[in-house]
Design a binder for this molecule. Sequence first.
Ligand SMILES: [Zn+2]
Length: 237
Amino acid sequence: MSKTKPNTHCPVYRCKAKAPHVDDPTVQGLFAEFSDPERTALWTMTAIGEVLNSMSADLTAGRNFALILRLRQVEELYVRALYAIFIADDGKLAHILSDEYPNSFSEMYREVNKIVLEGRGLLEVEYPGLNSGVFTAMDTINQGAHASFSAMMMVIGFARHPEHLEPYTSGRYFKHVDTYYRNLEQVHEMFKKDVDKATVLSVLINMSRPASVLFKKEQPETDAAEKKDEGDELGNS
Ligand SMILES: [Zn+2]
């Protein structure tokens, strides 16, 4: 990690902004929309619903590349919305909206996992790899997001291991994402009724118990010791 001086324009560590993000008219426009938790919840649940329907149609049509390469989208939509609504202060929100580096989904996820999911999130739990090594659900969705060869290889592997498609064909995956949709629907309803943020958060924390079933495998007690800790630095993808 390179040494960086604190930036007086932005509270986000390692941000290189040369002026406050809100000086940018584009950020101002985004801020006007997404600093409103009611609208953030509404737009995000709408987006998740559309992606979910689209992925479901892909599965039905056997378009497995299209399905797998988009796995991170719904996770990212959900996590970023919760981060923006419940965790980020105005400075951090302006940073996210600016699309400046650092722009790490993993870091937002860790915060959301700690505060909303009470540490029960499964995206960074390591599982034995299919052939060698270990992988995390986070690795898998990131490979998909980058449309990498290994993500393609995973899809190619479905031909020999159709059982790996089971979370999708059984509907488990779609049920998991539908939970995101319904949680945001309730969050939106509460903000619409002017329920205060702390109360909405505590209701959401309650609704998020127990953890979602996606990526839940029977052997999370692998001895794979070291936690992966590299953030996934994304560009404006
Ligand atoms: Zn910044």
